[in-house]
Write a protein that binds this ligand. Sequence first.
Ligand SMILES: [Zn+2]
Length: 312
Amino acid sequence: MRIFDLHADIGWDILHKEEQGCNDALQNEHLPKLEAGEIQGVCIASFFDGSEDWQQMQKMVETSRRQISELLPDITWIKSQADLNDDNKIKLLMSVEGMCGIVDDVEAKIQWLYDQGVRVASLCWNEKNALANGVKGDVCQGLSDSGKLVIKKMEELGMVIDVSHANEKTFWDIVEIAKGPIIATHSNARRLCGHDRNLTDQQLKAIKAKGGIVGLNAARHFISDHDDQQDVAHLGAHGRYIADLIGCEHVAIGFDFMDFIPDHDNAMGKGLASAACAQNLVEALKAQGLDEKQCQMIAYDNAIALLRRVLR
Ligand SMILES: [Zn+2]
């Protein structure tokens, strides 16, 4: 069954591989695994942990843009609604996780990201930055005035707002000011696993109310608080829980595979080691009683429908 993965730190990886002299990691390391897992669409995230400045942000985004453009015309590079209609090739979309490098000239810098091809972005990773507070930021602070400008500019351009690393104050600030859908690219249900990156029932309902989607995260600490339950079957249970709470049309997938990140050998849930194992989640959703059509919505169709609504 075809899958759209809303979050993979591939942008981070291909820059680091380039710095080690490998200039084709996207093509030769990532695409084969995506194909093996029938992942036919993926957000290639440039990931920033809060330490990077604007030049470093630009460098990673430019590297993703270059490696993606070198694969044309064998892939579809999603930048507009029309690009979503091409069903024959793998779909790649540029995303940004964290905007710590943006401290001034906010609107011009969002425009620059857009011009490079970025269409999905979160304002912060776990940290507090000039725009927003992540889950490790100040619990009393959410979006700054600059962060509010970012939301406005992203919506003007038709960019998808990702709330996945936002703390609760930032989350609710975004819910209040965003006019269109918001998404959580890679977060599970807090009710089933207490990780602070997972979403409360109220947050899940707010995402539904805004017409957004939530991507199921395959990292083991996001699946269960119990070591022996950090597996694909229990991730399937998150899918079922969220679908029952807010509707199947609001559930999607954002695996956050980390098999290519150094020292993260033990980061993923059992049965979810890399993109090549992606179909195991489809089987786990079926085992939860979701039918073929519901599984296809979660695996792929809901992500495409969301992009169709937000992109220009
Ligand atoms: Zn993340």
